[in-house]
Write a protein that binds this ligand. Structure first.
Ligand code: GLA
Length: 384
């Protein structure tokens, strides 16, 4: 969508032109999963699918929100403390406002229209995109003096504190800092980052969507975080390390008696994934795409067997990707328990392999899987 189209929707709803229209993308992640909250590195990129928000200031203290695609409205007053809504989507906006106000920023009433084309519940972070769009819109609407890094942290805190998912920083960072045709190597310990060109000749990044939206995803996510904290505390009792970055499997084995087997497996995955991510980046720099793909498959095995955040639908797709020579690598992506598999697929074989894997998928689960061919796009911005 372009600025004029979003502005027209806004005008229909609020009978005026918006002051700004913001586009904020969803994200993919090539490798480095469930390590952003464990001081690891991740390799995400923004996609060319967006949440769009259009905003204007009001001269009262109301926030009036309209979600075009759901045809729902939400209105609240800024004079009192913000309360969670029973509708999901307003909480991403309210959470951002709440965090901005905690930091002492002055927010007054505004109108906001929300629309977009990011598949919801597919694990490509439509929620982070809405948080980033909101915080970016506020920065422009209220002329806030706030750095891009702080915008990311504010968006993440909205999800942690108001929405209640104790997520890491990857999704919001990728949405805000995305760059067309590049992946971002992000050091989640200090938010330093490098862009790597990622345009592979004859290869496309494809998502296979299970269409499974697991209701346990957020509670299990928070449980994984706690298990990792428990494991790290046990490691730190015996070794002078500060994070998983410095931990080794030898250290983990040394504390194995003091932790549950669940915690052991979670930590094992994290330590392996941090090392695997580093190896994968070296493969990418050396142009060794097949070695990179092999690391993706290993990540899937770890997420499925040790970290236990996969599901039968994701596992079946990845198992069948492994049988295809035209697929360089594949794995479940994001938080897990549903959503998408990310695969690197030879362009010419795309239809054939989709049809073959989908036939097995249909046979097993009685419905089709989705397919999205991804382009890597730019991060959050004001549309001109
Ligand atoms: C979700 C979270 C991220 C990250 C991934 C797993 O997308 O929001 O912070 O932890 O899961 O890598």
């Amino acid at each position: 969508m372009n600025k004029a189209e979003v502005s027209a929707l806004f005008a229909q709803q609020f009978s005026e032109a918006p002051s700004f229209v913001i586009a904020s993308p969803g994200r993919i992640n090539l490798i480095g999963e469930h390590v952003d909250y464990n001081s690891g590195f991740v390799l995400p990129a923004a996609i060319d699918k967006y949440m769009y928000v259009a905003v204007s200031q009001r001269n009262d203290s109301q926030i009036a929100l309209h979600a075009t695609d759901l045809n729902q409205n939400f209105q609240t007053n800024l004079d009192a403390a913000l309360q969670r809504s029973n509708l999901d989507w307003p909480n991403y906006v309210l959470g951002v406002i709440d965090e901005l106000r905690k930091d002492g920023h002055v927010i007054s009433g505004f109108n906001m229209l929300i629309t977009g084309n990011i598949p919801i519940g597919a694990g490509v972070s439509s929620s982070a995109a809405l948080e980033c769009a909101t915080v970016f819109a506020c920065k422009h609407l209220f002329d806030l003096d706030i750095s891009k890094q702080s915008l990311v942290i504010t968006a993440q805190r909205a999800e942690n504190n108001f929405v209640g998912v104790n997520c890491g920083v990857m999704d919001q960072f990728a949405s805000m800092f995305g760059k067309a045709d590049h992946v971002i190597k992000l050091d989640c310990a200090d938010l330093s980052y490098t862009y790597f060109p990622f345009k592979l000749k004859g290869i496309r990044i494809v998502l296979f969507d299970t269409f499974v939206k697991h209701s346990l995803a957020s509670s299990e996510y928070n449980t994984r975080r706690k298990e990792c904290e428990t494991g790290l505390a046990a490691l730190r009792q015996q070794f002078s390390i500060t994070s998983f970055r410095e931990a080794t499997l030898i250290m983990l084995d040394a504390v194995a008696d003091t932790i549950s087997s669940h915690v052991y497996h979670r930590c094992r995955y994290v330590i392996e994934e941090i090392a695997r991510m580093e190896a994968a980046c070296n493969h990418l720099l050396a142009g060794e795409i097949h070695a990179f793909g092999a690391r993706m498959y290993e990540t899937h095995t770890g997420l499925s067997k040790l970290y236990k955040v996969s599901c039968p639908e994701l596992d079946l797709i990845v198992e069948n990707c492994m049988k295809e020579t035209a697929i360089i690598g594949a794995r479940m992506m994001g938080g897990g328990f549903g959503g998408c598999v990310i695969a690197l697929v030879q362009t010419t074989e795309l239809e054939t392999v989709y049809n073959r894997i989908n036939a097995v998928y249909e046979n097993t689960f009685g419905r089709s899987m989705g397919k999205y061919v991804m382009q890597i796009g730019d991060g959050t911005r004001v549309l001109k």
